[in-house]
Write a protein that binds this ligand. Structure first.
Ligand code: XMP
Length: 517
């Protein structure tokens, strides 16, 4: 992506590293996250307009604490050190950091002593979000203190001659009231960026790149899941090579109500893609017979999926010499750095469409590999996909199987589909859909006693889950209005035969996860 102005972010393991990247990109500046010790040659090669050093959990004195290449500060490129990044800068350039000094976490007020370029346009006192364990007690030569907090001096510092800037607080989080203006000062005033990263320009380049990779006669197969990522990836490839793209949609039988029909209708009729549809639900149900362990379920589904996809792909490849496989891989899946692997990656086996074995010998094309999720959505709109698809809540690869606790049967899937559809329908009617990150129903493996009309019932319990989150690594449950929940509950119990009790999940992540399995 060297055609764009680039800012590099070195990741020292802080929880906000991806947030820094997203904030930078929101300013129309392209950025990449690299490992903290990326060699200077690698940094130079990217011709960065600036470098940001992220925060991190370590003390610069801790054994094994991450360090950056010794030449980092001599590249002649502006550097902004945030939190750990600041301490590293101070420590490496001859200042003094004291381990076990005064710590500061959470909200703090800082007094601006010297506006310089970084703090230009801010008030005399600013609210910031602090989180540092060690304390800076002396700055390196050439640096001036630009702000101090009520608790510690050196809340920020700079050496304008060398274009080195450092803040002990986090400008990337919302609790730092004027964090965005600070980042803008760094990007535009200090680094001299113009802001040339737009979705329209990205789309053009992405298409060029696909054409280059595929050549003038290559054919691509793309798995569609109905979700945003695979849809946008397919659209980019389609725009690049048109008819030489074939999409394959495998119906696992574990999708939401009407989803399979909608996908066919939407993609073929509305978007003009060539879609091969394969209903493999009986194979999935057969393989899932008697399986109740969550991890086993995921494995079984993953295996069947790969087998079916492979069979179809071979059949198609046999006819038309397909050499490439299109995938909707996103940037966060690829970053090889310290802090981006969320806990859920190891807690659950994530199965994604298109994880095919190497034996297929298809070369992978990943047109979205530079993008974050919110950028994929913007790109989708740029491509003319409808807002409903682009704004869709995520849906897990193993589908409803991980929302049916216990054995998965066609009957239980049908029951859950009906209940889930009622919940989502009410959410849409109430205008809540876009403010909820993910909402769905879960079918529990317990029955409870109820009374309907004159009779006693002994039926299924259904749970509703709705969460707010920005990154799906942590999440909080939505405080849905009671009247709304009451309406959903009564509709489900009345309309979905087999459910006589509805409960609402009030757990956050952590310690719970978003899905129940
Ligand atoms: P958890 O349950 O781990 O989920 O808190 C976090 C997010 O990931 C989605 N998820 C999956 N997505 N394949 C996927 O493509 C999977 O196997 C899978 N499991 C969970 C989940 O819906 C939530 O958005």
């Amino acid at each position: 992506m060297s055609r764009h102005e680039t800012v590099l972010i070195l990741d020292f393991g802080g929880q906000y590293t991806q947030l820094i990247a997203r904030k930078v990109r929101e300013q129309s500046v392209y950025c990449e996250i690299l490992a903290p010790d990326a060699p200077a040659a690698r940094l130079r090669e990217a011709k960065p307009k600036g470098i940001i050093l992220s925060g991190g959990p370590d003390s610069v004195y801790a054994p094994g604490a991450p360090v950056a290449d010794a030449d980092l500060f001599g590249l002649g490129v502006p550097v902004l050190g945030i939190c750990y990044g600041m301490q590293l800068m101070v420590h490496r350039l001859g200042g003094k950091v004291e381990g076990g000094g005064r710590r500061e976490y959470g909200h703090a007020m800082v007094e601006i002593l010297h506006e310089g370029n970084l703090l230009r346009g801010l008030g005399p006192r600013e609210q910031v979000w602090m989180s540092h364990g060690d304390e800076i007690v002396a700055l390196p030569g050439g640096f001036v203190e630009s702000s101090r907090s009520d608790a510690v001096p050196f809340a920020s510092a700079e050496d304008p001659a060398r274009r080195l800037y450092a803040v002990a607080f986090h400008p990337e989080v919302v609790h730092t009231t004027h964090g965005v203006p600070m980042l803008r000062n760094f990007l535009f005033r200090i680094c001299g960026c113009r802001g040339d990263w737009t979705m329209a320009s990205f789309l053009e380049e992405a298409c060029d790149r696909v054409r280059q990779e595929v050549g003038t006669s290559g054919r691509v197969l793309c798995g569609l899941s109905g979700g945003v990522d695979s849809s946008v990836a397919a659209q980019v490839i389609h725009r690049a090579i048109g008819e030489r793209l074939t999409c394959l949609f495998v119906d696992t039988g574990l999708l939401r109500a009407n989803e399979a029909e909608e996908v066919r209708d939407r993609y073929e009729r509305r978007y003009g893609l060539k879609v091969l549809y394969r209903n493999a639900s009986s194979r999935f149900f057969e393989a899932l017979k008697g399986v109740t362990d969550p991890e086993r379920k995921r494995k079984v589904i993953g295996e069947v999926f790969v087998r079916v996809f492979e069979e179809e792909a071979r059949a198609i490849a046999g006819e038309g010499r397909i050499g490439f496989l299109g995938q909707g891989t996103l940037y966060p899946d690829l970053i090889e750095s310290r802090s981006v692997r969320g806990p859920s990656a190891t807690i659950k086996t994530h199965h994604n469409v298109g994880g095919l074995p190497e034996t297929m010998d298809l070369k992978v094309i990943e047109p979205l590999r530079d993008l974050f999720k919110d950028e994929v959505r913007r790109l989708g709109l740029e491509l003319g996909l409808d807002g409903e698809l682009v704004g869709r809540h995520p849906f897990p690869g193993p589908g409803l199987a991980v929302r049916i606790l216990g054995e998965v049967t066609p009957e239980r899937v049908a029951l859950l589909q009906r209940a889930d559809a009622v919940f989502i329908d009410e959410i849409r009617r109430e205008g809540l859909y876009d403010s909820i990150a993910q909402a769905f129903a879960v079918l529990l493996p317990v029955r409870s006693v109820g009374v309907m009309g004159d009779g006693r019932t002994y039926e299924n319990v259904l749970a509703l889950r709705a969460v707010e989150t920005s990154d799906f690594m942590t999440a909080d449950w939505c405080r849905l209005p009671h009247e709304f929940l009451a309406r959903v509950s009564s509709r489900i119990v009345n309309e979905v035969r087999g459910v006589n009790r509805v409960v609402y999940d009030i757990s956050s992540k952590p310690p719970s996860t978003i899905e129940w399995e």
